[in-house]
Structure formats: C-alpha cells, structure tokens
Design a protein around this ligand. Structure first.
Ligand code: SF4
Ligand code: SF4
Ligand SMILES: [Zn+2]
Length: 506
C-alpha cells in the first residue's frame, strides 16, 4: 500500500527566502488544525513557519471572505520584475489603498527596539512641506477621495511644520485623517491636545499603547511610558477626541495583556477601538527574536477570546479586502455596558454555530453591508454610518442609536515579513505608503525591500531577474537613489516611456 504524508497539502505558495529575499516556492500544509508553510531556497535550503493555529478560521479568509478587488484610479509602476519587486502600485495589485500612510519624518523622541522605521533622536530628517504637499496630491490622484490617510513618521509631532502639514491634509478631500503618535507631546505639552482637537471630526489619534507593565515597555519601547500614556489619555478623554489604542504584541512580552487592554480601552470615553499588531520582524528588531516572539493572527485572535469577556469566536471575522492579514470585531458602547455587535444582530447572521458557515452569504444586500463594515477604510464616523445601514438590512433588530462615539472596534493587523511572506496575500495588501515620487508601496513589501538601504538588495534581485530572462540591465528605478529618474517618471510628460504611470487594461 502507498504511504501517505501525515498532512493535507492545502496549497502552493510563492514566498521569499527569509535570508536572501529571492522568490521561492513553498506549500501550505494542514495538520491537527494548524497551518504550516514549508519552503525551499536552492541556496539556503528548507524552512518552515507556523502560519495559523486555527486552520478552520484561516480557511474562511481564503474560501469565504473574498470579494472582487477594488482598484485605485491609476497605477504608478509597470510589471517588469514580478511581485514584490515592482511596487507600486503596479497593475497586478489586487486592492486599492484603504489606508495610506504618509511618513513626514524619520526623527523621533524615542528609539524603540522594535521600530520598523529605524527612527530615533539621531535621525534628523524632516520632509519639507512642499514635498509633503506633493505626496498628498499623489494620494488624491490615486484615490480621488482617499478613505483614510495616516500621518506618521518617525514621530510626526516632532516635525517643525507639523500643524501646517495637518492643514495641508485638511485642504484635500481626505475622508478621514489619522495621527500615528507615541503620545509624548500630547502628554507633555499643555494645549497641544486642544489644538489637535480642532481638526475633528474625521480626525483620529492612533496612540501607541502596548502595556501596563514597565518591563514590557522597556523591552518594546526602551522607556517606561506608563505616565505618558496615562496623561495623554486623560487629555484625550477630556476632549472626547477619537482615539485608537495601538498595541504591538510580542509573545511572552505583552501577549498576556491583550484582554486587559481591550477591556480598559472599552471603558475610555474617547477610545473607539484597539488595533493589535503582532511585531513585524523588519527594520530594528533588537532584543526580540522571530523564532521566539512571533505571533500569528490566529494566536492573537485566540488571546482575545481567552482573555476578554467581550467577544466570542463568531465576533472576530476576517476582513474581506485582505483576510490573511486582518481580522475585525465590533462592539457598541451602550448605557448598559459594552456589547459585541453579534449580541444585536445575532451571531448566526455572521456565522452559524460550530460549522462556522456563513449565513449572510445567501443574501447579497446583507453580504454587501457586512463586507462594507468589515473594512479598514473607515474612521469612527464611517463605521457608525456603515453599522447603521447594516442594521437597516435587519428589520427585526432593535439596536441602540448608533453614534460615532458608541462604536468600538478591535482590529488585528498581522503584517507579513520575509518568513511568512505569501505573494497572494501581498497583492491584497491595503495599507500603503506614499513615496516622494508618487509611488504607493504596500506596507509589507516596503519594510522588506524598499525602505532606505534595503533597496540595494532589491536592485540586486531585480538584476537577477533581468539576467535570468536574458534582458539587459535597466535603469535603477528606486526612490532616494537617483532623484533624476524619479522626476522623469512623475513630473515630465512621457508619451510612451517604459516608466510612464500605467492604467489597468484588464
Ligand atoms: S505588491 Fe502589489 S504593487 Fe507590489 S509588485 Fe506585488 S502586485 Fe505589484
Ligand atoms: S516605533 Fe514609533 S515611537 Fe518608536 S522609535 Fe519608531 S517611530 Fe519612534
Ligand atoms: Zn535563500
């Protein structure tokens, strides 16, 4: 009798070697409800990584929570080397920018051991306002009315023209503006939070908030920020300024605090939700190791279910635009307390019982509303609106009045790194970074291949692709390296040049 392998061969995958970053093949296997990626590099051999601890949930993102990809108004690069060496967005990218990050500086008043941007006090770069204005225009050229733009850095509040930048963003048709901050300036400078509040509504603070413990903060941030967090939140609560707490989660460091932070957040008047980001092993990852501290999306989801009384399994579902990386749950703040959404609409509308089958699938209107709600392209106001229209699809439901400050959202954002890289998921990335030359580069590929000196390796890899196809070497098209090439691409008319912005023809 033929021998069988002790696992299900679920799918093929195109990944990257975590050592040389070359594109290599691999496979997904499922065994004991765990998903593993096995891959093989001709130079560096075999490797394997745990992708999901709950294969049933993970498969829903591949088989159920899928929708036709939404496109930007234009693409910014052509396909020449293959994914992920052509970012972007190239015409084969499968999701528009739900959330666009605009990094305005590299300077920071912290030097966190886990900073993927390698920022710190010694980095003095602040982008000039004129460049930032051009980047804002490039976002609008791609998106028309961008859903969410996040001002980031470095620590953006240390930029000398910080408020002029917020004004410049406000002059554009951006639906929702976010400020990604460590909260130091909010906590330490009187009047700063008040000035921020003048940008509301459609404005939100994305506040670093990893732990209540000194030790964990020292490991992740290199500083005991407990007092800073407390004072910043006090000020934001006084102003009821929409805030999301952002927790970078690492195994054995703060993963036991997931439930406590969600429960704490749900009791803060100004807090509209918590975003949980398993630490991404890119950029500076000092004092933590990929093998010991990596956490998959399903492990973070399991931690929420085990530690917080607020949610049950059917509450936390894959986000259809990028289900490998994102999972989301909603709750409503009511006079009787915080209650998960499914308490109102019935868990069985989202998922039915143990079989985890999707009930709303059969009803296209309901399905449309659920998919719209479970998206990263909302701020609190948009969420409230979307939630209200979902409730309208369910006439039998009696829900409390939905105001923007009564919606509470938990989002897991598990960004891939080289170890668990999957081209399929890469193409669905919906969090993108705008570049000075107008390119829009997905967050995951940016931190692997496009940030600063990482581009040197990218150019080598591109050269290898050209050689393997017998093509002559092309001009280096990376940003920051040859500024002349960048200007030529974006700013001068190019009737049919190879680098002209592309429209999708399919
Ligand atoms: S990640 Fe997207 S933009 Fe980048 S090369 Fe792949 S498909 Fe193109
Ligand atoms: S993670 Fe944020 S706060 Fe920490 S050094 Fe980097 S930019 Fe600064
Ligand atoms: Zn390799």
């Amino acid at each position: 009798m033929a021998k069988t392998r002790p696992y299900l061969y679920y799918d093929h995958v195109v990944s990257l070697c975590a050592i040389c970053l070359r594109r290599i093949e691999g496979k997904y296997t499922i065994r004991d409800n765990q998903v593993w990626m096995y891959k093989w590099c001709p130079e560096h051999g075999q490797s394997k990584v745990l992708i999901a601890t709950d294969a049933t949930y993970w498969r829903q993102g591949r088989e159920v929570y899928i929708k036709p990809p939404e496109m930007p108004l234009q693409f910014n690069t052509e396909q020449h080397y293959g994914c992920p060496y052509d970012c972007g967005l190239c015409p084969d990218h499968m999701q528009h920018s739900c959330l666009t990050i605009l990094e305005i500086n590299d300077h920071c008043n912290l030097s966190c051991p886990v900073c993927y941007a390698n920022s710190g006090p010694a980095r003095l770069e602040h982008k000039p306002l004129a460049v930032i204005e051009k980047m804002l225009d490039a976002i609008c050229a791609n998106e028309g009315e961008p859903d969410v733009v996040q001002i980031s850095g470095g620590e953006p509040t240390t930029h000398p023209q910080f408020f002029e930048i917020l004004d410049a963003a406000r002059r554009r048709p951006i639906r929702h503006l976010m400020l990604n901050t460590n909260g130091i300036r909010i906590a330490r400078e009187d009047g700063f939070a008040q000035r921020l509040a003048s940008y509301a509504p459609q404005f939100e603070i994305y506040l670093q908030f990893d732990s209540f413990q000194r030790e964990a903060l020292m490991t992740l941030r290199g500083a005991d920020l407990r007092q800073v967090r407390e004072t910043a939140l006090l000020r934001l609560n006084e102003l009821n300024l929409s805030t999301t707490l952002v927790m970078t989660v690492a195994r054995g460091i703060n993963d036991a605090e997931v439930g406590e932070i969600i429960d704490f957040a749900s009791r803060q008047p100004c807090v509209r939700g918590v975003t949980l980001q398993p630490v991404q092993f890119a950029g500076r990852s000092e004092g933590i190791s990929a093998s010991a501290q990596r956490l998959s999306l399903t492990e973070v989801r399991a931690a929420i279910l085990a530690q917080s009384a607020l949610f049950i399994a059917s509450d936390i579902i894959p986000v259809p635009c990028n289900p490998d990386a994102l999972a989301m749950a909603y709750a409503l703040k009511t006079p009787a307390g915080v209650m998960p959404l499914t308490r109102f609409i019935g868990a069985e509308v989202l998922l039915s019982g143990e079989r985890n089958t999707i009930v709303f699938e059969a009803d296209p209107v309901l399905k449309g509303e659920v998919f719209r709600l479970f998206s990263t392209s909302h701020g609190p106001e948009g969420q409230a609106q979307s939630l209200a229209s979902l409730m309208c699809c369910l006439p039998e439901v009696t829900a409390p009045a939905i105001r923007y400050d009564s919606v509470f959202r938990v989002l897991i954002m598990a960004f891939m790194d080289a170890t668990n890289f999957d081209v399929r998921a890469m193409k669905k990335s919906c969090v993108h970074l705008i570049q000075e030359d107008g390119r829009m580069i997905p967050f995951e590929s940016y931190n692997l291949l496009y940030r600063g000196s990482l581009q040197n390796r990218l150019e080598e890899l591109r050269g290898e692709v050209d050689l393997s196809f017998g093509r002559g070497l092309r001009e280096n098209t990376s940003p920051g390296v040859p500024q002349s090439a960048i200007m030529r691409r974006r700013d001068l008319p190019q009737p049919s040049g190879a680098l002209a912005p592309q429209k999708d023809v399919r």
